[in-house]
Ligand binder design. Sequence first.
Ligand SMILES: *Cc1c(COP(=O)(O)O)cnc(C)c1O
Length: 433
Amino acid sequence: MELYSTKHQVENVSLKEAIFKGLPADNGLYMPVEIPTLPPAFFDTIETRSFQEIALEVAKTLIGLEIPDNVLTEIVNDAINFDAPVKPVHDNIHVLELFHGPTLAFKDFGARFMSRLMSYFLQKDHQEINILVATSGDTGSAVAQGFLGVPNIHVYILYPKGKVSKIQEQQLTTNGQNITALEIEGTFDDCQRLVKEAFLDTQLNEKLNLTSANSINICRLIPQSFYYFYAYAQLKAKGKPVVVAVPSGNFGNLCGGLIAQKMGLPIRHFVAATNANDIVPAYLASGIFQAKPSVKTFSNAMDVGNPSNFPRMLALHDDAYEQVKANISGKAYTDEETVQTIQKIYQQTGYLLDPHGAVGYLGLKDYLTSLDEEVNGVFLATAHPAKFIDVVETAIENKVEIPELLAQVLNKPKEAIAMAPEFERLKSFLLNK
Ligand SMILES: *Cc1c(COP(=O)(O)O)cnc(C)c1O
């Protein structure tokens, strides 16, 4: 698999180089030079295949010969070992549940796939690496779980103090072993900036063999395309065109869908739904991309003021605003609308949304209302409602059952290192480890 940088200032690299570098030296983002399409026969019979079979076919097509088939089969089967069911909500609205992995959020797909791919390459070369991750909540716990106990890898997780939920914080700070949590006295954007600075620092890179596991790493995007195919497979019998709404922050999830579409998956249209951090909806309306400081909301995994995958979104549309606009609609929603939706959908259908899923639902609902044609809509539910229990219980005025996996984590002692949001602090900490 060959990858280029969206800034075009460096040479193309292999998948292995892209995974371990994370970011190209020109500060662009790695993208596949070629995104091959799957043959019509694949789509003709897609509904007869299992999730793992679909994922393997997509992975092989995208990655090509760089990883032997038997290795890739093992990686896919091991990483994608939980379901992603599509369920009806009401009328032509469906939900794709992406929260059946170990941390109950969709980032498990990316983290599990990535850790196994890295482990394969490291094993071959007898190398050690350090992973730096900035998280607004769910990335960190998914990465921690995905890499926990993996030899030759140490993971440092930077999270914004007081800006993740109690459950998320427990998931980040109770792992031990090769996982270190850094509690940054700042925002998620500070965390992301610190990580970016670290990758651009020559001294750190020489000493530590730094790697990223954020959604900027291309290897997180690959498995995030799998479940779009699987959702289509589950909806195919219903016949109508498929519209997908994605609750978005850094837009890595949406990019996974765009890659699937490029590979031939017949998705009619995407909806990018955001909370008050409305950078992309504003771009879609005006053609102007203007990053802003992030604001805190109930759907905090989407509190992103400078969506890092935006250049990829553009690249997937030949850098043409008109193309982006034709393929993606976008809208932003307030916390109030989010809570009302959780309440209303629960009362009317019995289906319990988390705040992120609720934003996705709203995006889909509004878009479908504006359409003349009959379609099947599906929105992505990116986290289990119990992960945002305070918001959800307040909304439905009822108790939410906590899954066993989460209950265990809540009882463990927190271990985190507090740190000011200054790069020199992070640097000296890492150099002295
Ligand atoms: C990370 C996350 C999102 C946003 O995904 P992006 O790929 O950053 O757009 C949405 N919901 C949840 C629960 C998340 O953890």
